[in-house]
Ligand binder design. Structure first.
Ligand SMILES: Cc1ncc(COP(=O)(O)O)c(C=O)c1O
Length: 388
């Protein structure tokens, strides 16, 4: 029986964050104040864009981004099939139609050629997700978008600081969205950010996040309460100072594991190819379980855990297999599916995209968080190599 467990993620905040939050609590100024403004400015600078608007989750950021661009009923939005549910729930909340594209087998991000194949005259936007800290192929995606006049919303919820050809993601498409959920590269507990060089969209985002209000009583848009509070922003400012250090550690740990594991030839896993054009920040340190050699991801996960190595294993299924999509059943009204001609609704039931079907459930993420020590990394290596 092994009595240690190397956790796949640990909280990465401490005294400095506690001090910053305490200062806000004692000030009595909890909402829409100085800290949120400063966090927006500093985050925009970090990403290399002119403007940013803070909100209270990554999901809210996606929803607001679609709203400010005017994506609405019947519009089609092309999304990857392997991502977190928010990437499509935000589309459905705007009564728009998610159109699923396949993924690349090495980057796990959306495939540009498959995006191209799915464009119709109702397509309005593309949401590439920079999955697991990697980057989607932004040159190709922007080329397709520019040719067809489509908007690009980069979902950077797993890619704070990731770079594509020297530019930070979140500053390449028309809008970037980030999440500061507890397990992300940096956290505010819960939180999100919208980044853009388009001043008008960011101005509208600030109105929509605050009930659509411009003055005390003038509701000019259908808004929400998506505001970030001052405590979260104060924590975000401290975490932003540490982000580059956290990322360096994640990268160092992941490259050590992937390079060492790559040198040995094991039958149970494959190491995804990394692109020279991308600074991957390794939200996950990914391995693909070789199911074609008879190995099962579930068995791998269980065996690793028994030996003291906790791993991630998501997403289990292509997103188009979720019940809400297969049964066209968003609660409570059935819109967008019941609010337009049936011929506009994609045939989700017969969708079968080869790369995502082969990969979903078979990608695992090894521990790579900034607190790991060299002896932990060596232990992980030993366990992974000795598994079968
Ligand atoms: C790819 C992706 N998009 C969006 C989100 C939503 O972010 P949040 O949890 O802050 O709402 C997440 C969160 O896990 C995510 O991983």
């Amino acid at each position: 029986m092994i009595n240690k467990l190397i956790k796949v993620a640990v909280p990465i905040s401490g005294e400095e964050e506690a001090e910053a939050v305490k200062e806000v609590i004692l000030s009595g100024n909890f909402v829409s104040g100085r800290k949120v403004k400063e966090f927006e400015e500093r985050f925009a600078d970090y990403i290399g864009v002119e403007n940013a608007a803070a909100v209270n989750s990554g999901t809210a950021a996606l929803h607001v981004a679609l709203a400010v661009m005017g994506i609405g009923p019947g519009d089609e939005v092309i999304v990857p099939s392997l991502t977190f549910f928010s990437t499509i729930s935000s589309v459905l909340h705007q009564n728009a139609i998610p159109v699923f594209a396949d993924i690349d087998k090495d980057s796990f991000c959306v495939s540009p050629s498959d995006i191209k194949a799915r464009i119709t005259n109702r397509t309005k936007a593309i949401i590439p997700v920079h999955l697991y800290g990697n980057s989607a192929d932004m040159d190709e995606i922007m080329k397709i978008a520019n040719e067809r006049n489509l908007f690009v919303i980069e979902d950077c919820a797993q890619a704070h600081g990731t770079e594509y050809k020297g530019r930070k993601v979140g500053g390449i498409g028309h809008i970037g969205v980030f999440s500061f959920f507890a397990t992300k590269h940096m956290t505010t507990g819960e939180g999100g950010m919208i980044t853009s060089n388009n001043e008008e969209w960011v101005r509208r985002s600030r109105i929509i996040r605050n009930h659509g209000l411009i003055n005390r009583d003038d509701h000019v848009y259908l808004g929400y309460n998506y505001r970030m509070n001052e405590m979260a922003a104060a924590m975000g400012l401290v975490q932003l100072n540490k982000l580059d250090y956290f990322n360096e550690q994640r990268i160092k740990n992941s490259l050590f594991l992937l390079k060492e594991l790559g040198r040995k030839n094991s039958k149970w896993f494959r190491i995804p190819k990394l692109s020279k054009d991308i600074k991957h920040t390794f939200f996950w340190c990914p391995l693909v379980v070789n199911t074609e050699n008879g190995f099962s991801a579930r068995d791998v996960v269980e065996k690793l855990r028994e030996r003291g190595v906790e791993v991630r294993q998501r997403y289990q299924e292509p997103l188009y297999k979720q019940k809400v999509v297969q049964e066209l059943s968003p609660y409570p009204s059935g819109c967008p599916f019941t609010c337009q001609p049936e011929s506009n609704i994609p045939d989700y039931k017969s969708l079968n995209l080869p790369n995502v079907e082969a990969l979903a459930g078979n990608i695992i993420g090894l521990p790579n968080h900034p607190e790991l020590k060299q002896e932990d990394l060596e232990y992980i290596m030993e366990v992974v190599l000795g598994l079968y």
